[in-house]
Design a protein around this ligand. Structure first.
Ligand code: FMN
Length: 193
């Protein structure tokens, strides 16, 4: 299995990421946040775009992750694409504008939209029945109209400060190549495995 060589890399980490992402077959990624007082938390989200503006994902703005990101707007993403690849991204996070969030909202199936409305994400519920009853209620309320986006839902974008590409080697002398932002350019450095 070939490894990862400096010469293989695109000068731009987003282009390099996009090449690997296209081969990955999944958009799931671990998002790591920390609260204002340093309590870490990780969970999976779906990556809904990666370009020069950053790495986008969508969620409930009152969720624990959103509370972390509001109080401490820095985060890390960890992708694992078996069997050989890991990508780590770290940087600052900002909210995606309402218009862009709305565009993505409209692309979602009605069922997902109703579920987002019904969910006070990560709050304790008496049982699944309560959630299903709330969805049925909302379904009836909205009738045949389009389901508007909830004011408590939208996206965040992580603006990368570092992006590291890791490639497995059988002898465990793995390849690690990290892009680090320095002013307006990217510096690529090899890290010890
Ligand atoms: C594969 C996968 C994808 C997920 N995608 C999202 C997502 O895009 N947005 C989201 O809010 N939660 C997503 N979740 C659920 C989160 O992992 C998590 O349970 C939820 O957002 C609550 O997290 P919090 O309490 O840390 O805010 C996903 C879970 C899995 C397993």
């Amino acid at each position: 299995m070939p490894g990862l060589h400096e010469n293989d890399l695109d000068a731009d980490p987003v282009a390099q990421f996009s090449a690997w992402f296209a081969e990955a077959g999944t958009d799931a990624v671990a998002l790591v946040t920390a609260s204002a007082d340093g309590e870490p938390a990780g969970r999976m989200v779906l990556l809904k775009g990666a370009d020069e503006r950053g790495f986008a994902f969508f969620t409930n703005y009152t969720s624990p992750k959103a509370r972390d990101l509001t109080a401490n707007p820095r985060a890390a993403l960890v992708f694992y694409w078996p069997p050989h690849r890991q990508v780590r991204v770290a940087g600052a996070v900002k909210k995606i504008g309402a218009e862009e969030s709305e565009r993505y909202w409209r692309s979602r199936p009605r069922g997902s939209q109703l579920s987002a409305w019904a969910s006070h994400q990560s709050e304790v519920v008496p049982g699944r029945h309560a959630l299903e009853a709330r969805v049925a209620e909302l379904d009836a309320d909205f009738g045949s109209a389009d389901v508007p986006s909830p004011p408590f839902w939208g996206g965040f974008r992580l603006v990368a400060r570092t992006v590291e590409f890791w490639h497995h080697r059988d002898d465990r002398l793995h390849d690690r190549l990290r892009y680090r932002r320095e002013g307006d350019r990217w510096v690529i450095e090899r890290l010890s495995p």
